[in-house]
Design a protein around this ligand. Structure first.
Ligand SMILES: NC(=O)c1ccc[n+]([C@@H]2O[C@H](COP(=O)([O-])OP(=O)(O)OC[C@H]3O[C@@H](n4cnc5c(N)ncnc54)[C@H](OP(=O)(O)O)[C@@H]3O)[C@@H](O)[C@H]2O)c1
Length: 334
């Protein structure tokens, strides 16, 4: 099969990225083989390819890029009973595993969910990582309830865009924070207030208490700290920037453990979550339903053929990445 991969960690030397032939993956009894229609570019695949997580987790080598995908089930392992050959599916494949930028990917049967019926299978490739990250940030960790007030740093980004929409779907008041040039976009997807991070602070636009602060941006620590002054007692911060989150957590004195509520110490009065997206097929299945019911329109800012994947990696390394790039592998799949 054709795939985009590296044969060894490339330390961000993109000349080592290869578009070439690899054997089609074999499946284990608990896996399915998915024929990939599309996936999306996500910054973490560049970091994994570079070897930044070499000491944190094991990655298959060759490492095929692409941490999510949409496609058709081609083969089903003996112990898989939730899907059948021919099903349209979406899957979060995992930071460490990758595989979405190949014609075929093997993944656990438990990790695939039905693709929304209201979108083309190709466009569904933009859903899994961004939407699942948003869902887990808001509901699994943020425990957002109807009527609550949520601050979204990075509101127009690949993840932030889904966060704004899903928070509105839940019935929350949303304060979107991003660059002033994207204000109209952020308001059009449902934000109630907008803060331009280049010249405003949260308090300039909204000066009451908030229930939840979410960060999926390169905001500096000081920005989140200032916002925390408006957080209700016992409120929650979900921070997708792990390095910054760990630094801040040390300051407020919480225990470190990935992906769970970190600190509700008396001094801090805050639940602080260092966020890392995790497999969650029931939530991915709900996301498909919400999309079909019109509650979420996943963002696609650019579409590229998989053979051009390197361009997305270059753009990311130049710091120009913004939004969701769909990586098309086979758009004949319906
Ligand atoms: N922990 C996890 O599991 C997980 C999962 C997915 C993503 N992430 C991380 O989350 C981050 C966002 O990912 P993404 O794909 O959504 O990125 P993205 O599409 O580049 O979006 C980030 C957005 O944040 C904006 N921004 C920059 N500085 C800001 C500030 N000070 N305040 C508010 N907004 C600001 C950016 O605007 P400009 O264009 O002006 O810079 C951009 O619109 C990345 O660091 C990614 O690695 C983590």
């Amino acid at each position: 099969m054709k795939a985009y991969y590296v044969e060894a960690y490339d330390n961000n030397d993109l000349s080592k990225m290869i578009y070439g032939d690899l054997p089609t993956p074999e499946i284990a009894d608990d896996q399915v083989l998915v024929k990939v229609a599309a996936g999306s570019f996500n910054p973490c695949e560049r970091q994994v390819g570079a070897g930044e997580f070499e000491h944190a987790f094991a990655t298959p080598i060759p490492f095929v890029f692409g941490v999510d995908c949409a496609g058709i089930v081609e083969k089903v392992g003996a112990n898989v009973d939730n899907v059948k050959v021919g099903d349209r599916v979406i899957a979060y494949l995992g930071f460490a595993m990758g595989g979405g930028s190949g014609e075929y990917v093997a993944t656990k049967g438990d990790w695939v969910a039905p693709a929304p019926k209201s979108m083309s299978l190709t466009d569904c490739g933009c859903i899994p990582l961004a939407s699942l990250t948003a869902w887990e940030a808001l509901f699994t960790h943020g425990k957002l309830e109807e009527g609550q007030i949520v601050v979204v740093n990075g509101a127009s980004g690949g993840v932030g865009n889904s966060i704004v929409q899903l928070a509105k779907w839940k019935g929350a008041t949303v304060i979107g924070i991003d660059h002033g040039s994207v204000k109209d976009n952020v308001m059009s997807i449902g934000a109630d207030y907008f803060v331009d991070y280049t010249c405003q602070k949260l308090g300039d636009v909204y000066d009451k208490e908030v229930d939840l602060i979410i960060n999926f941006s390169n905001a500096p620590e000081s920005q989140i700290e200032e916002q925390m002054a408006q957080l209700k007692k016992g409120g929650t911060v979900v921070n997708g920037n792990a390095a910054m989150a760990q630094k801040m957590l040390r300051k407020i004195g919480g225990n470190q453990e990935r992906g769970v509520t970190m600190s509700d110490s008396d001094s801090a009065n805050v639940n602080y979550v260092i966020f890392s997206v995790d497999y969650d097929t029931p939530s991915l299945t709900k996301i498909s339903k919400v999309i079909d019911e019109g509650g979420l329109k996943p963002l696609i800012t650019d579409r590229i053929a998989v053979k051009d994947l390197k361009k997305a990696h270059e753009t990311y390394l130049q710091g120009k990445n913004n939004g969701k790039i769909l990586v098309i592998v086979d758009d004949s799949l319906k």
